[in-house]
Design a protein around this ligand. Sequence first.
Ligand SMILES: [Cu+2]
Length: 322
Amino acid sequence: MAGTAILSGLLAATAFAADTLGQPTDGAIDLQPAAAPLKHDAIFFHDIILMPIITAITLLVLALLVWIAVRYNRKANPVPAKFSHNTAIEIIWTVVPVLILVFIAFFSFSLLRKYHDMPKPDVVVKATGFQWYWAYDYPELGVEGVESRVLTEEDAKKAGKPYLLGADNALVVPVGKVVHVKVTAFDVIHAFALPAFGLKTDAIPGRLNDTWFKAEKVGTYYGQCSELCGVDHAYMPIEIKVVTDAEFDDYIIKAGGKTKVMLAAEARAAEAQAAADAAKAAADAEAAAASAAVTPAPTDAAATATSAAAAPAATPAAAPAQ
Ligand SMILES: [Cu+2]
């Protein structure tokens, strides 16, 4: 009875705790709701593949324990059987777990493949872990060293952000675009993790790890450093702000960078300039060749005459000096 009451109480609590997208919810159980493809796949793997298997095995073992305790206790079964070993049952309890593991491995490896088989990126960001904050770069867009630090409890309250999850500068990315995150660290090992996107990648000094996500909804999403990295490990949150394309372009320009459109226009202009330069050089060369054909070149005889005429004049001038 008490168990049922606790269970129904728990269910009621979870039913009332409407999950907030992108951050943990008080009183909720289960995984944070997904806001990116990898997380949907991870939730499928957890809820549809793993949980039923875990539940079935737990119930089977519990049933076996109860059956043995009831049927074969000293009172119910005063004369125990003397046999040992049973080939058939030993084969079964070896083969069945192997089959279960192979079944799990099939889904597990296909999920792992999705993490590593990254679609072509629209935006590349680099996240560097420091003791104890994150720094973000947009290497292709010319924005570097955006430092992201934890907000004090008071500032977080003012900004309406959860304390220990809210940061002063968020990592800003566009919605519905494939974002590659190059993860590394400056000093010790950190980890770049964000539950709603299904991200968790070690940030290792001297190494560049890759992960990716495609945020499905505009909003603010929170994660934390997830590798014990020192005394302020709990104070280096990860805040990702997902915005529209136009807002993202604004952000990049304000941060001193150039948008993809600007870079493409610059590349086109540089190409046009190079083509114009090449055309001008070709025209110049052609004009030079044409003028060379019209003006007769000095003949060898004329050159000899000139030098012969100059030579006697030079000799007497040089003579008095000797
Ligand atoms: Cu850390």
